[in-house]
Each structure stands twice: as C-alpha cells, then as structure tokens.
Ligand binder design. Structure first.
Ligand code: SAM
Length: 447
C-alpha cells in the first residue's frame, strides 16, 4: 500500500498544468533502474541493458540486482545512478568549455554526478568534489577513489568556505539539497517529510548556497544548478533570483528526448510519466564580465607538503610521466604535474580529504601501497596478481582470508576479478593478510 501524498502536494500538482496529468500516478509506480559504466575499466554486461539516450555509457536495467554482490561494482566499473540526473552528461557536452576546465561539484556526495564529470573530463582538466557533511564526504571519497582518476580532489567544506578561492572554477555544479519530490517514487518516507514550509526553507538555503560560491566562478564560467524536485520555488524562481541578484545570464539549452522545458522556458525537467526518471530539474547560468581577483598563496601555504625530488624508489610502483609526487609526513601523494598550483591553492584554503592519488605509506621496509593507487588506471603498473573466482572475490571484499588456489610471490599482490583489480593482499606463503580497506568492506552475508 502506497503512503498517501501530502494533500498540499496533491493540490499544487493538480493545479500546475506544467506537470501534466499523470505525475501522481507515475510517482506510485516502481522507479526505473539505471547504471553508468566506467569506460576505462573492465566493462561488465548486466542483465537487460537498454541504453540511456542522453548519457554516454549508461543503461537501464530490467530489474534491480543486488549490486553489493557484484564484485565489479566494488572495483568501480559501474555506478548505479538515477537516469534523469544523467542529463548532466548531455549538458556538459552542450556547453562550450575550455580544453582543460576546472570543475567544482559543490554538493557531491555520494558521487553520482562527480563520477559522471570525471568520466566526461576523462583525465583532462580538474575536478574538485566537495561535500559539507563529514560522513557523506567519506562515501564520496570512496566512490571517487574507485572511479580511478588522478585529476580529482575531494574536499569537506561548507559552501561559504569557497569565498576564499575567487575565480578558480570554469564550471560549478550545484546539485542542491532540496525538498525531494522526485524521491517520492523510490522513498515513500520522503512523502511524510514534505511540507510547503520545507519547500520555502529549501528554496532559501539553495539561494544562500549559490550566492556563497558565485565569486569562485570565473568570468565566462558556467553554474549548473539542479534539484530532484518539481516545484517552481526551488527551480525556476531560484534561477530568476540568480539572474536578478547575482547578475547571472541564463543559458538556454533545448530539452532533448522526453525531457520538457521548465515553466517560462526556464531549465529542463525530467518528469515521471513522460521521462524515464524519478524526477530532475537542471538549468545553466553563465557569469558575465566582472572584475576578477586572483587567489594568492599565503606565506605558510602547504607547509609540510614536500615535493619529492628523488622518486626513483617509486618507479616500480607507478607511472611517473606527467605526475608530481609529494610527501605529507610518511604518505606519498601523486597529482598531475600541470595542476600543482591549483592543488596548492585548494590545500591553502580548503579542507582536502583526498588529494589526487594516494600512492602509499613510506615505511622502513619500503612502500606500503594504497588501495587508491590500485584503483587508478593511469598510474598503476603491472604488479604480481591473483585472479579470484566470484565467491572468493566476495569473501575478499568481506574482509575474509581463505586458501588461495593460485600461487603468487610473497609480498604485496593485487587480487583481481574478471581481470579487474579489487585490492591488495600481503602474501606470506601459506596464508595472506587481507588489505581491503576496512571501511569499504561488504557487511552483508556473502554465502
Ligand atoms: C542532492 S544531494 C547530492 C547528490 C550528488 N550530487 C550525487 O549526484 O550523488 C545534495 C547534497 O547536498 C548536501 N548538503 C546538505 N546541506 C547542504 C548545505 N547547506 N550546503 C551544501 N550542501 C549541502 C547533502 O549532504 C547532499 O550530499
């Protein structure tokens, strides 16, 4: 039995011609299931795939599998993502960007849009994925790590902290916390949390969030604003507010496929019943001419972050071309050399929780390689390896140890499933230490 919709929600939807006649009915049907694949990793084929037309490498599935029990999910080969929100890929492909854009995904956890942007950039430019809520930022960090790109930084900051980094970004994505009317389809509890007062509260918070980051957008840069809600207060009215109060210029993008233009032709909606989505709104604004301030590094900037001059001890661990390695205490970090200045600016002004790629810990007996390094397709090299069959792969991801069926040299060995790295073990002859990070381990029963 479906939990009823809040009466105020029903009456606004029924009076709003823009939303069509069958939204309420569609919100009581099962949500479509969709995934986006990571084209730089082993590409799994899942059951019943039908391409999502508006996003590269994305597919609808005919039912929802238990993703946790697919080892390739933990290897970052695909990401379950709501199909409507994948319209971001289409938007990125439509706007005119510099060759090497610097992109901020401000409200990024758990990382659906950030991994999409990382795939779009495909190693070009730089992505800063930020999340204000600490626990959610950890999930974001895990998903970014598994997606495998070095040109990424994860930060854990409030939007207001970004006033310290003026004119740094070519694109800012604000996937704003919202009243979540699109969630009514998947999460019936969301229906109980909705109220007109909460809509107003959300609309006010969204304005504050955008105003806080506006100065960190470069002249000519784009602000991409999105929500998963249908009401005009959090969508079209906020876009109008940004035009009037921030001097933002609205950028019209024609609605593709089954998407529809917003009220007064503002933004684009995916509306259940018309589009295969739970619900999504997206609009693009551009920053026109304004005096730009440049961010300068403070005198004590990046104290403690030491650029490594001699990296010969790392040669057998990672590809060194176009990479700059740093030591932060005993931790070795690798970042694309061309972005060193931006990394330093961000380090100086914001709270970084993941820098490029963590290579490992420089211990007395040599490097202890990090999981992050193994996930990075551009930096990792050939290490000793063992291929696991599915049940062993799941036990490995669960944090278990077991008798290996293949032999491998003693020391650090990568374990793979269908030739895709899952993580490290330390092989010590007749047994091994499972080095799969504790915080990533599967908690459900695997047999
Ligand atoms: C719609 S969700 C983001 C989903 C994410 N972009 C994705 O695609 O996976 C909105 C995010 O905003 C964060 N958030 C909540 N309050 C916020 C605030 N006041 N300022 C910035 N972000 C906030 C939430 O923690 C949440 O992670």
């Amino acid at each position: 039995m479906n939990q009823p919709f809040p009466p105020d929600f029903v009456s606004y939807v029924e009076q709003d011609a823009h939303l069509g006649t069958n939204l309420l009915e569609a919100l009581n049907t099962t949500s479509p299931v969709s995934i986006r694949k990571n084209p730089v990793k082993h590409i799994p084929v899942l059951q019943g795939e039908v391409p999502v037309q508006w996003c590269e490498n994305a597919f609808f599935l005919d039912e929802r599998p238990v993703f946790t029990l697919n080892p390739l999910f933990h290897a970052g080969t695909f990401y379950p993502q709501e199909a409507g929100s994948m319209l971001l890929d289409y938007v990125f492909r439509t706007i005119e960007l510099p060759q090497q854009p610097v992109v901020l995904d401000l409200c990024a956890a758990p990382g659906g849009k950030s991994t999409l942007i990382a795939s779009f950039l495909n190693g070009n430019g730089l992505l800063v994925a930020n999340e204000v809520i600490n626990q959610r930022a950890k999930v974001l960090k895990e998903n970014i790590s598994k997606w495998g790109y070095a040109n990424t930084i994860v930060t854990n900051n409030d939007p207001s902290d970004f006033t310290r980094v003026t004119a740094l970004f070519d694109v800012i994505v604000v996937d704003a916390p919202c009243s979540g009317e699109g969630m009514f389809r998947k999460d019936e509890q969301a229906r109980g949390e909705w109220s007109p007062e909460n809509v107003n509260l959300c609309a006010g918070r969204q304005k504050r969030i955008v105003a806080d980051v506006w100065d960190s957008l470069r002249e000519g840069g784009y602000l991409i604003y999105s929500t998963c809600t249908f009401n005009p207060h959090e969508n079209e009215e906020n876009i109008r507010w940004m035009e009037e109060n921030l001097g933002a210029e609205y950028v019209h993008i024609p609605a593709p496929f089954d998407f529809v233009q917003g009220r007064n032709e503002t933004g684009i909606y995916g509306i259940p019943g018309r589009t295969q989505t739970e619900g999504f709104f997206i609009a693009v604004l551009r920053k026109t001419g304004e005096r730009e301030k440049t961010v300068t590094l403070s005198k004590n900037a990046n104290k403690g972050l030491i650029k490594l001059k001699d990296t010969s001890f790392l040669k057998s661990w990672l590809r060194m071309e176009q990479t700059q390695c740093f030591a932060w205490n005993e931790t070795i970090l690798a970042i694309p050399a061309e972005w060193e200045h931006e990394y330093r600016i961000i380090q100086d002004n914001l709270h970084i929780i993941k820098w490029g790629i963590v290579v490992g810990e420089n211990a007395r007996k040599g490097l202890i390689p990090d999981h992050d390094l193994l996930m990075c397709h551009t930096l990792r090299v050939n290490y000793p390896e063992i291929e696991l069959e599915e049940q062993h792969a799941l036990h490995y991801l669960h944090g278990d140890t077991f008798q290996l069926t293949e032999t491998a040299p003693n020391g650090f060995v990568q374990v793979k499933f269908q030739n895709e790295p899952l993580g490290w073990i330390k092989n010590i002859g007749n047994r091994f230490n499972n080095l799969y990070p504790k915080e990533y381990r599967i908690r459900m029963r695997v047999d």
